[in-house]
Each structure stands twice: as structure tokens, then as C-alpha cells.
Design a protein around this ligand. Structure first.
Ligand SMILES: Nc1ncnc2c1ncn2[C@@H]1O[C@H](COP(=O)(O)OP(=O)(O)OP(=O)(O)O)[C@@H](O)[C@H]1O
Ligand SMILES: [Mg+2]
Length: 249
């Protein structure tokens, strides 16, 4: 599957997510719904870097999960590399994710019974290509070295600090050389120095491999490195705060 250069890598139109409002213990009426996201439009070009900011609960993680095909919206369309992902079945969506997408979750989601190295190798092992075990291992080792964790390869997530687990999650997201990286608070658990290293690393891959970055963050340093900053408020993009930063050289 080749990337078609002329179309946006991600095109989102009229996206909405509504859930039943179970917080209300009274009888749940049909209209008693909680709108998490409302009428979201988003167009992201290849190689772009976009920060999504906004208060806690504004819908950032929900939006990221929807556009990465991990969750299903109530309405709207999502085209990833020209493909309407909502028309794919679960297996097709998973294959597309495996090939094109890296995802760093807010809660890391490392597999607890796998070592750091095994966690990073996993996306390569799940891909339907000819990567051998030795190649997967070598690539995973390189990625762990780049996030400063060579000494921790054989540790399990439970033996790693929060920031170390976050760096393993980042290595895992990058190991398959995705066209698109979604990261939810990738520097949220890191000290300033380590956070800066991880930011530099993501932008190196953005430059070297043209990886498109879509980052949810409260970190102003990280948001300001992105070419665009979009602000969510109460499930909608806040147009007044939508700032298109001048092209970065
Ligand atoms: N499955 C669900 N059922 C009900 N409410 C949900 C569900 N998922 C998310 N929400 C609600 O939707 C809102 C948006 O949640 P989301 O996790 O997207 O926020 P966020 O912007 O990522 O916040 P944070 O900065 O705290 O991570 C929150 O009010 C949350 O409680
Ligand atoms: Mg969140």
C-alpha cells in the first residue's frame, strides 16, 4: 500500500461522539446523552506536525482514539491516506493501523508480561511482512537506545518508572516507521531534560522520515515545536484559538 502524495494523510469531516450519560442515575432518556465531540473537521497533510491542546475533559484523547481507528464515532467520516476507515472491518482497520500508525497512549498500555524489548518488537512481529526475529530485535534495540533505555531492555513494565515506561511506549510507536504518529501526552511523565530528548527524537523522525505528528499535550514547549496548534474546548475546536504558526524552516 503506497502513500498517495497528493491527498491529505488524514481528513476528518463532521466527526461527533456521543455517549449515554450514565452519570445520571435517573431513568436514562434517549435525549439524555453526553456529547463528547461535536462537528470536528480536520485536515492534516503529510509531514505536518499538529498539537491538540485544551483543558482536561475537553475530548482530546477521545478524538485521538477516533482518528486512529481505535474507537468508532457517532457521526462523521475519517479518511486515512484516502481510505474511509469507517468502511473497513475490524481486521482491515487493524492492518491499516499496523502499517501506517504509531500510537502512544496516555496510559502507555505496555504488556506487563513482556520485557521492554519484547514490547517494542511486538508491532514488527504483528506486521504481515518478512521482518525476521533478528531484524525486529535489532530495530527494537536501536529504538530503545535512542530513548536512552539500552540498560533496561530486559526489564518488565512493572520494574520501570513511569517515565521509562513512557519512553518504551514511544519506542514501540516508532519501531514500525509509521507514516502517522499519534501521541497522547508523550512528555507528561518525563522530567524537563528527558522530555526535551523525546521531543527532539519525535521531530528528528518528522524530518528524517516525514512522519506526520499529531500530539495531544499540555506541554507548551512541545506544542510550540509543532507547525500548528489546535485547541479543543467542550468537544469542539475553538476557532479563535486556532493558530497556524509560521512555517518552520
Ligand atoms: N466511554 C465514555 N463514557 C462516558 N464518558 C466518557 C467516555 N469517554 C470519555 N468520556 C468523557 O468525555 C470527556 C472527554 O474525555 P477525554 O478523555 O477525551 O478528555 P481529555 O481532553 O483527553 O482529558 P485529559 O486532558 O484529562 O486527558 C470527559 O468528560 C470524559 O469523562
Ligand atoms: Mg486525555
Amino acid at each position: 500500500m503506497k502513500d498517495s502524495v497528493n491527498q491529505p494523510i488524514l481528513l476528518v469531516e463532521g466527526l461527533g461522539k456521543t455517549v449515554a450519560n450514565h452519570a445520571n442515575h435517573k431513568q436514562v432518556l434517549a435525549e439524555d446523552a453526553l456529547i463528547i465531540l461535536h462537528d470536528i473537521d480536520l485536515c492534516i497533510q503529510r509531514g505536518d506536525s499538529v498539537a491538540i491542546v485544551g483543558p482536561s475533559g475537553s475530548g482530546k484523547s477521545t478524538l485521538l482514539g477516533l482518528i486512529a481507528g481505535l474507537d468508532v464515532p457517532t457521526c462523521g467520516t475519517i479518511h486515512l491516506d484516502g481510505k474511509n476507515i469507517l468502511q473497513l472491518n475490524e481486521d482491515e482497520r487493524a492492518a491499516l493501523r499496523g502499517e501506517k500508525i504509531g500510537f502512544v497512549f496516555q496510559s502507555f498500555q505496555l504488556l506487563p508480561s513482556f520485557t521492554a524489548l519484547e514490547n517494542v518488537m511486538l508491532p514488527l512481529e504483528l506486521q504481515e511482512n518478512n521482518t525476521t526475529y533478528a531484524q525486529a530485535r535489532q530495530q527494537a534495540e536501536e529504538l530503545l537506545a535512542r530513548v536512552g533505555l539500552s540498560e533496561r531492555e530486559h526489564h518488565y513494565p512493572g520494574q520501570l518508572s513511569g517515565g521509562e515506561q513512557q519512553r518504551v511506549a514511544i519506542a514501540r510507536a516508532f519501531v514500525s516507521k509509521p507514516s502517522l504518529l499519534f501521541a497522547d501526552e508523550p512528555t507528561g511523565n518525563l522530567d524537563t531534560h528527558t522530555g526535551q530528548q523525546v521531543i527532539d527524537f519525535m521531530f528528528e523522525l518528522n524530518r528524517e522520515q516525514g512522519t506526520t505528528l499529531v500530539l495531544v499535550t499540555h506541554d507548551h514547549v512541545l506544542a510550540n515545536r509543532c507547525a500548528r496548534v489546535l485547541e479543543l474546548q467542550d468537544g469542539q475546536f475553538c476557532t479563535t484559538a486556532k493558530t497556524a504558526k509560521a512555517e518552520q524552516g
